[in-house]
Design a protein around this ligand. Structure first.
Ligand SMILES: Nc1ncnc2c1ncn2[C@@H]1O[C@H](COP(=O)(O)OP(=O)(O)OP(=O)(O)O)[C@@H](O)[C@H]1O
Length: 436
């Protein structure tokens, strides 16, 4: 059996995503594609020199380490510019796999699926805006993009923009820097359908919220469709302006819950069928039982098992699956959590810069994430309050103590706070269980 290096590449990306966090990963790795494997070297296509430079300077060593671990021998990565004609600047990039056909409907996502399908059948005529929320890796992006595919199949001239709120912010900042705000507005306000992913990252970004407010109004008044996703409902997004919050609540809000066992199994079967994987039923059941709350991880586990089988020229068996997933868990357990990792994770979660988190500024949108970060430092590392205070811009230990006491006490009765803290902690340690 010849090795399928593209699968191994995807497996490695799965680990890289966990290491560098979803936001950076989406920005830097979504346009990157596997090209070839020659002499222990992966040839990888990147869209332009910026990606090449950035990935080489920051992520190459991680990629090579992860791939070498998977192959169990030294592996190298070469980034190659994709030929210019393949790049369409500003083109709509939808993942071709994210269609309604490939989406498995179960109890956990039935309503969200129906709402998205209704919007895709009759945009601007059913629910506007449509707001989808749910935990990490549960299919929000998949459903949003399925709407785009469905509409484009019927009407290829339909103007659609799909953007993460992070990209929207970056676009806005670039347009201000290059004095091209008119072009920015034209791009976002002249579409028929705007899909905005992960809107929670606009929390605390005043100018982005302001701009998005006007974009929203312009589209809504022109009867254009908006679909927005988030990891939580509008009322739980901290520092979201009320006028945006209320607009998000004008249309339909629908959630996606973690899938039950049957749905997890059906998703694995679908994935195996789409990718032509030959995986026995007992292995599928084992994975579905083992990974319960994140479909990306569920798929990642399946790919990893197939990749291991592929690399070692073995058939996919229950024994091999157990061994592979045990290795993954063991790797996760040995990761040491540092205050630095906590600061980075909290900053990313709230869409802040790390410097803002440790700055002297005391505005609410900074104080709240800062207190959570200090709380987690105490909970998840052996650091003392004086050390935590020092780490957060040389603050006094009483500030760290106060932050810890405040979050510990609020979390007892504030469920949305508990959810936020748990979500962040789980990014650092998937096995984290809150002590309440
Ligand atoms: N019901 C489903 N049927 C088939 N595949 C699914 C389903 N739900 C999710 N997936 C797959 O799981 C993976 C993660 O989904 P997706 O990226 O849409 O999650 P998300 O909710 O947007 O995550 P995030 O919060 O990280 O943005 C994708 O590969 C997607 O195709």
């Amino acid at each position: 059996m010849s090795k399928d290096y593209s699968i191994i590449w995807e497996t490695a990306l799965d680990t890289v995503r966990q290491e560098i966090g979803p936001t950076s990963f989406e920005i830097w790795f979504s346009p990157v594609t596997y090209h070839d494997f020659v002499d222990n070297r992966y040839l990888i296509h990147v869209p332009n020199p910026l990606y090449k430079e950035w990935i080489e300077s920051r992520y190459l060593h991680i990629l090579e380490r992860v791939l070498s671990e998977l192959h169990r021998e030294p592996i190298f990565v070469r980034l190659v510019l994709r030929s210019p004609e393949a790049v369409e600047p500003g083109a709509l990039v939808l993942n071709r796999k994210y269609t309604f056909d490939t989406f498995v409907v179960g109890n956990s996502n039935r309503f969200a699926h129906a709402a998205c399908y209704a919007v895709a059948e009759a945009p601007s005529d059913s629910y506007n805006p449509l707001f989808i929320y749910g935990g990490v890796g549960l299919g929000k992006t998949h459903l949003m993009q399925a709407i785009g595919h469905h509409i484009l199949r019927k009407d290829p001239s339909y103007k659609i923009v799909y953007v993460s709120s992070e990209q929207f912010t970056n676009d806005l900042i670039d347009s201000i820097r290059d004095r091209k705000t008119a072009e920015f507005r034209n791009k976002y306000r002249s579409v028929d359908l705007l899909l905005v992913d992960d809107i929670q990252f606009v929390a605390g970004k005043e100018q982005t919220q302001e701009e998005f407010f006007h974009t929203f109004n312009a589209l809504y008044e022109a009867n254009k469709q908006l679909v927005i996703s988030s990891d939580r409902p509008p009322r739980d997004i901290p520092t979201l302006e009320d006028r945006l919050r209320s607009r998000f609540e004008w249309g339909l809000i629908t959630d996606i819950q973690p899938p039950d066992f049957e749905t997890r199994l059906a998703i694995l079967r679908k994935k195996a069928q789409l990718e032509n994987f030959n995986v026995p039923n007992d292995v599928m059941s084992y994975i579905a039982d083992y990974i319960q709350s994140n479909i990306r991880e569920l798929e990642g586990a399946l790919i990893r098992i197939v990749a291991y089988a592929n690399i070692s020229n073995q058939p996919v068996t229950l024994e091999l699956a157990e061994q592979t997933l045990k290795d993954v868990l063991a790797l996760g357990n040995t990761r040491i959590i540092t205050m630095q990792a906590i600061k980075e994770t909290v900053a990313e979660y709230f869409g802040l810069k790390e410097e803002e988190l440790i700055s002297k500024r005391r505005t609410r949108h900074l104080v709240f994430p800062r207190q959570i970060a200090m709380f987690l430092c105490r909970e998840m590392t052996p650091s003392s309050f004086p050390q935590i205070g020092e780490e957060f811009g040389g603050r006094d230990h009483t500030t760290a103590l106060h932050a810890y006491e405040k979050i510990s006490s609020d979390i007892q009765h504030d469920r949305s706070l508990l959810k936020i803290v748990t979500e962040i902690a789980k990014k650092l340690d998937p096995n984290y269980v809150p002590r309440v």
